[in-house]
Design a protein around this ligand. Structure first.
Ligand code: NDP
Length: 498
């Protein structure tokens, strides 16, 4: 860290992490940096709190989580303002993010008992003398490591589900958005003052690494694929299970029967909301030849209308100062390799802002097509047909989300995308549907947050069998006789030998 501070670059001063606005440099918050010992202590305290929390049962937890979501809803403007100041995103984008998070807390609270609670499962003819029981028990403490780009939605996507499942949560927010993470935890403590069920540890990446090694029951990581590898390596030392929500390079496919106005609108929003700093943001588009020119025109018209700046605009600053260099490199390399900027281009990069940029004719090997850009930029490529679009969309190691515009074949194309999620005739919408699981494949990670899968991700299946009658075909005992075994063979041949 340098003493001369670039706005938005976190600074450590007298043991405090100082978070500043990327637009103005105004201080957004000061949080104590945790040492390794602090992290261990936080996890130990959380372990005791987690036992108390688990003991409340689904009903007790549901009531408290619903009170928390009510508090968030009441204070939505206050939280949105903090997210805006600390991360730079427009207030309207912050509101949409918080609304989505509130929806997830509500769903997780209301559905945890149904999805995770004890239930009987059917027994079969083999071992029919036993009943089967299944329930999902919490891990104890879940460590949540979050990024800065959606500092409310991403931690809550894991934390709300982990809490509803009966775990305590220790959150390590990004060093770029610690004040927002602290706000979430403080608001939770207002409705659950009894025990430190949801707490934070602050600092740089080493604090996240310490959390991985702290003895938590599971780590839920959301961030870049490069850091995900380090997190997995640290968790491997203690066989700590890990959920990875990694990066992406999501594609949109525009088929010949698409509504082009709707596609252009969703493309510009999906690619440029939050200045393009969205894991599931649309970064590349494959439009089929007959509609390509008209589609590009519509995208350029819409994207060209977006306003850029610190207040009251569509696009705010790039949150992480260093990301501006990545965006610049991608635009420059795209143009150097034969691409054309039909909107924006190299001059669009005016730190801390990047103006909307639309690139065409960019070779598929270019960084702008292959790597996560995380800026308000789009590449649009002409393809022969939907098959070629799918092949190109699926050609990268990433596989997070995606979008398809079209009528007749759109759902079939969405199914063929190598991704964890897809939206048909919209973009990014799967993230807000709390009933659907969220997560990727390949370099975008594994495991799922949200929905029923998201609840199960934060609990261990516990299987119990219970004897209800004497065994007619004793087999799992040394008391069995050769006749019992012969009878077993006969039964299995009758049942399965055909
Ligand atoms: P990073 O991977 O840089 O950081 C993510 C978190 O990990 C931060 O809290 C960071 O702390 C922490 N961290 C850094 N090093 C370590 C380490 N060695 N061990 C443990 N934790 C560590 O990602 P960004 O914050 O830059 O977020 C952007 C990325 O997140 C993009 O790739 C984006 O696609 C992805 N993302 C994925 C989502 C998904 O759901 N799949 C959703 C949102 C974003 P610190 O900030 O202090 O370095």
């Amino acid at each position: 860290m340098t003493a001369v501070q670039v706005p938005g670059t976190p600074l450590i001063e007298a043991g405090q992490l100082v978070s500043t606005s990327p637009a103005t440099g105004a201080e957004a918050g000061r949080l104590p940096v945790a040492s390794d010992a602090d992290v261990r202590r936080a996890v130990e305290r959380a372990r005791a709190a987690g036992e108390w929390w688990a003991g409340l049962g689904f009903t007790g937890r549901r009531a408290r989580l619903l009170r928390w979501r009510a508090l968030l809803a009441k204070r939505i403007e206050q939280l949105a303002e903090l997210v805006h100041v600390e991360g730079g995103k427009p207030v309207a984008d912050a509101i949409v993010e918080i609304v989505t998070a509130i929806e997830h807390i509500d769903w997780a609270a209301r559905n945890a008992a149904r999805v995770l609670g004890p239930r009987r499962v059917r027994s079969r003819l083999i071992l029919a003398e036993f009943s089967g029981h299944l329930e999902y028990q919490p891990y104890g403490v879940v460590g949540v490591i979050g990024p800065w780009n959606y500092p409310v939605f991403t931690p809550i996507g894991s934390a709300a589900y982990a809490l509803a499942a009966g775990n305590a949560v220790v959150l390590k927010p990004s060093e770029y958005t610690p004040a927002t993470g602290q706000w979430l935890v403080d608001s939770f403590a207002e409705v659950v003052p009894e025990q430190p069920v949801f707490t934070t540890v602050h600092g740089l990446g080493d604090v996240g690494a310490a959390l991985c090694r702290s003895g938590v029951g599971k780590v839920a990581f959301t961030g870049s694929t490069a850091t995900a590898r380090k997190v997995m390596a640290a968790c491997a030392e203690t066989l700590t299970p890990v959920l990875i929500e990694g990066g992406g390079k999501d594609a949109m496919i525009v088929d010949s029967d698409a509504d082009l106005d709707a596609a252009a609108e969703a493309c510009v929003w999906g690619g440029m909301t939050n200045a393009g700093q969205t894991c599931i943001g649309i970064e590349r588009v494959y439009a089929v030849d007959p509609v390509f020119d008209a589609f590009v025109d519509k995208v350029v018209t819409r994207a060209g209308r977006l306003t850029v700046g610190p207040e009251g605009t569509d696009i705010g600053p790039i949150t992480m100062p260093g990301q501006v260099d990545v965006i610049r490199r991608h635009i420059d390399a795209a143009i150097a390799s034969g691409g054309r900027a039909v909107l924006g281009g190299p001059d669009a990069v005016q730190p801390p802002y990047v103006h909307p940029t639309v690139l065409v004719d960019v070779p598929e090997e270019s960084a702008a097509v292959r790597e996560e850009t995380f800026g308000p930029t789009l590449t649009i490529s002409r393809v022969r047909d939907a098959d070629e679009a799918v092949t190109r969309a699926n050609a990268l190691p990433y596989g997070l989300g995606g979008s398809v515009f079209g009528r007749r074949r759109a759902v079939a194309i969405a199914r063929r995308l190598r991704s964890g999620m897809a939206s048909v005739n919209s973009s990014l919408t799967f993230a807000g549907m709390s009933t659907l699981p969220f997560g990727g494949v390949g370099d975008s990670g594994f495991g799922r947050i949200h929905g029923e899968d998201g609840l199960r991700e934060f609990a261990r299946a516990k299987a119990i069998t219970r004897r209800r009658a004497r065994s007619l075909l004793p087999s799992m005992t040394f008391e069995r006789t050769p006749t019992d075994v012969a009878r077993l063979v006969k039964v299995i041949k009758t049942m399965y030998g055909r």
